[in-house]
Design a protein around this ligand. Structure first.
Ligand code: XUL
Length: 618
């Protein structure tokens, strides 16, 4: 077996994590630097600055100091080389993942300074001054850009025409979101004109980290690592509808002030004092179309300071959600469901069918023009539900004596009855994203042939089933709609990989199998340490990044272009890793049929509840 090792990094909100894998994708070790506790000098809470911090440009903004991320890389490298003694010289390729949407701002001197760093010193003191034109990195939790979102939606409508799906969504794959990069850059450009003028490059967290991995060398023409095509889709700036995709001219013109909007939503010329669209396009740099194309070789700083091999490949990095997709490698007809604070579904898709209700991203490992039977789906969709565990915990606390066992018991009892026979409920404790802006708690019970709205169920324990059932039926409805629109009317959902807290709950997983009518699987995400039989826990994003490194390396070594999924499956097979997942629930045919029949009636009630919530909020 090859002695080559693969490193995946993940720069997330709270930590910089690293996973080391062998050529068969078995975990060797993991390490991390947690921002709040390992770097207390930056005073972050949950990885972001406390409200009102002097670095923030608005007191209630959510952002992190960029200097902390640089210091974290110094610390992580020290830790993995000196404390954990990873065999760094065997690392053949590195790739990374970064929190999506967040942006990093560099000065005109930055490229030269990055290329000239000395291996004698850590990076942080060398990059402390004169390299970043903005001291902070806006975090995905930031919501200070509502006004800018509204402007971006109007600009796109004016430029591309209003239709059922808003223009910004048709063009960039998502409606405007406060955390997306376009709104963030726009707000910053308006309020920090001087910083904008001092800026030569804007990266995402993913290619910022890649640029640091290349420090000490000149790797690309403009001195920064290019953007990954999947991460570029989280910006509201990248025109995915164009062939080939490109930066959206009308959006860039507006963000850079080359155009302006009047009160009627018409576009007029603005000013090119800030350099206009061309300057902004230069700041953003290129987006690489081929995900298997490496960015270059390891920079001299890492090579000489820590002993990386000269030919260690630095691969493109992507966002954390695309990296999770790389880790779990769902094929078309499969999905990933993360049941966490919010519930998130990642669903590979064969067609570009943007919709205001979800995000459409380029698949991080799809190669354009690959027509083979095994080709990676070109897109993936992301659905985000805000009330996921909030609703589950509220029902557990209110009706099940704060006990998960009692909650499971209530669901198992209800599961013996026909779907909906004890009632249907909707629990949008916070305004929901899916369905958009749905609010309030709504309960319905059947009276004869009709449904009647009630303030409480005959047996209040029915709330447990009513709540989970509605969550899962909503997943079912949306996935079915998308698959139907995705060039494959006959395509059924075949398997869902479940991750996150609630995935440990067998009762919920069985219900999920029955409602979705497909297998529910849990990824097998353990490997063995190199020198013992000790199990190594995986972090999905950094492992997904290491998988990408392994694939890029294989493409470079063999000169062929195996699909990402085939490379991952073959590597695991060679290592005797066994199946990549464990099936934890299979649908019961009768129950699945009953849910399929019930879903139309349920949908009518959901629409009624959405209207009732909107009326109550007026
Ligand atoms: C996705 C999003 C978050 C961040 C977390 O749109 O905003 O999942 O990527 O880092």
């Amino acid at each position: 077996m090859s002695r080559a090792l693969f490193l995946g990094l993940d720069l997330s909100t709270q930590a910089l994590k690293a996973s080391l894998l062998d050529a068969n994708l078995q975990g060797v070790d993991e390490a991390q630097v947690r921002f709040d506790t390992d770097l207390p000098e930056f005073h972050t809470q949950g990885g972001i600055l406390p409200k009102g911090d002097k670095l923030l440009d608005t007191p209630d903004a959510a952002a992190a100091p960029v200097a902390m991320y640089v210091a974290a890389l110094d610390k992580l490298m020290d830790r993995i080389v000196h404390e954990r003694k990873w065999p760094i010289e065997r690392i053949a390729a590195i790739s990374s993942a970064g929190q999506q949407h967040a942006s990093v701002y560099f000065t005109h001197d930055a490229a030269k300074r990055l290329a000239g760093v000395s291996p004698e010193q850590p990076l942080a003191p060398q990059l402390e001054r004169g390299v970043f034109s903005r001291a902070i990195v806006p975090n995905w939790q930031d919501a200070t850009t509502l006004e800018e979102c509204d402007e971006l939606m109007r600009v796109a409508n004016a430029a591309f025409g209003e239709k059922h799906v808003p223009a910004l969504c048709r063009v960039t794959g998502s409606i405007a979101h406060t955390r997306f990069t376009a709104a963030q850059i726009l707000r910053w450009r308006k309020h920090a004109t001087e910083q904008y003028a001092n800026t030569a490059h804007i990266t995402l967290v993913s290619n910022f980290l890649t640029s640091l991995l290349c420090a000490g060398s000149v790797v690309t023409k403009n001195g920064m690592a290019p953007l990954d095509k999947s991460d570029a889709c989280g910006m509201n700036l990248w025109d995915m509808s164009a062939k080939p995709p490109r930066w959206s001219a009308p959006v860039l013109q507006y963000v850079s002030k080359e155009t302006r909007l009047d009160n009627e939503g018409r576009i007029h010329s603005g000013t090119t004092a800030c350099g206009g669209r061309a300057t902004l396009e230069r700041m953003l740099g290129p987006v690489l179309a081929d995900p298997a194309e490496p960015v270059g070789h390891i920079g001299q700083w890492l090579k000489r300071r820590y002993g990386f091999a000269q030919d260690c490949l630095v691969c493109q990095a992507t966002g954390d959600n695309p990296a999770t997709l790389q880790c779990l490698t769902p094929r078309f007809g499969e999905a990933v469901l993360s049941l966490g604070t919010s519930d998130t579904i990642l669903l590979p898709s064969n067609a570009y069918v943007p919709d205001a209700q979800y995000h459409t991203f380029a698949h991080p490992a799809a190669r354009d023009g690959d027509r083979s039977a095994n080709a990676t789906a070109p897109y993936f969709l992301m659905f985000v539900y805000k009330n996921g565990s909030l609703a589950r915990e509220w029902v557990r606390n209110t009706y099940c004596g704060k006990s998960w066992d009692a909650f499971d018991q209530a669901i198992e009892t209800s599961a013996q009855h026909a779907p909906g026979s004890e009632g249907v409920g909707f629990y949008w404790l916070r305004p929901e994203i899916l369905p958009w802006d749905a609010r309030g708690t709504h309960r319905f019970q059947r009276k004869g042939r009709e449904w009647e709205q009630v303030s409480e169920f005959t047996d209040p324990r029915s709330n447990a089933m009513a709540m989970v059932q509605s969550q899962f039926l909503d997943f079912r409805m949306r996935i079915a709609q998308v698959l139907a629109a995705s060039n494959a009317a006959e395509q059924r959902l075949e398997r869902v990989y479940v991750v996150g807290g609630a995935a440990e709950n067998r009762t919920l997983c069985q219900l999920l199998a029955n409602v979705l009518g497909c297998e529910i699987a849990r990824p097998v995400v353990q490997g063995r340490s190199a020198d013992s039989n000790e199990h190594v826990a995986y972090n999905f994003c950094s492992v997904g990044a290491a998988y990408r490194a392994r694939w890029v390396w294989e493409c470079a070594q063999s000169g062929t272009a195996p699909s990402f999924e085939d490379t991952v499956a073959n590597a695991r097979k060679n290592g005797g890793a066994g199946a990549a997942y464990e099936v934890i629930a299979r649908p019961d045919a009768d129950r699945a049929r009953a849910y399929a029949e019930f879903s139309d009636a349920w949908k009518v009630l959901e629409e009624y509840a959405i209207r009732a919530g909107a009326k109550a909020n007026k």
